[in-house]
Design a protein around this ligand. Structure first.
Ligand code: SF4
Length: 229
């Protein structure tokens, strides 16, 4: 019998809503993972090679991402096998008009795809969420906050807040900044953001930002070790 998550995943793979709304995406939603995952990584949108390979973070951005996750203790194949990888919008958005990298999905596309992410979040119910890059981070944190304010921090969403629904909890993480404490109730959720891992992003190269990324990696390493994620 199909689980609710496999039903949702089939629905996402068949979705053409953005195409039908006039956006030049390449359909075929890209994501990876099962309901048993305890960590959910949320990227911006897949690139073309991800669509071809049908797996997230397949190419250049994956190298940098898996270097960070590797430093936290996860081998790439282990992370792919055990955890869940998805994105704000799930289809390839095409190249940007200026030819520099891929197009950032419009707000309308993000809105169209948002219910899928909320349903994934509800069905997987991850203990740790890693929003990777500005677009995913804005799901959790106010737009006025800068990466330097957020990378290297952790937020803990208490169970009572999660119980109010994922829509709310997607938006309010900064209110719950916390020092990592494994004794917090395990049915709460930790959020540990990372910057966009694309090689085109220069932010991670600056020494002061490398130190923030290192803090994020150390937080993830601690969570992985304590809970055997
Ligand atoms: S990006 Fe999301 S909403 Fe748009 S077509 Fe793909 S799955 Fe559907």
């Amino acid at each position: 019998m199909s689980s609710a998550l496999t039903v949702l995943q089939k629905e996402m793979r068949g979705c053409r809503m953005c195409l039908e709304a006039g956006y030049a995406i390449t359909p075929g939603a890209v994501f990876q993972g099962t309901a048993g995952a305890r960590v959910m990584l949320i990227g911006q949108a897949p690139g073309y090679t991800e669509v071809e390979a049908k797996r997230p973070f397949n190419a250049g951005s994956g190298q940098r991402l898996f270097a960070w996750l590797g430093a936290a203790g996860w081998a790439e194949q282990e992370f792919r096998r055990r955890h869940y990888m998805t994105s704000v919008t799930k289809c390839y958005p095409g190249r940007s008009a200026n030819g520099k990298g891929d197009r950032v999905p419009s707000k309308a596309e993000q809105q169209l795809c948002r219910p899928y992410l909320e349903r994934e979040m509800a069905l997987v119910n991850p203990r740790v969420v890693i929003p990777g890059g500005g677009l995913a981070i804005k799901l959790f944190y106010a737009a006025r906050l800068r990466l330097k304010d957020i990378i290297g921090t952790a937020a803990y969403i208490p169970p009572a807040v999660l119980a109010q629904g994922n829509k709310f909890t997607l938006l309010g993480a900064y209110r719950f900044l916390a020092t990592f404490d494994p004794q917090r109730p395990e049915n709460g959720r930790w959020v540990v953001p990372l910057p966009h891992p694309s090689g085109a992003s220069l932010w991670p190269n600056r020494p002061e930002n490398k130190a923030l990324i290192q803090q994020a990696v150390e937080l993830l390493a601690e969570m992985r070790a304590v809970w055997q994620l």
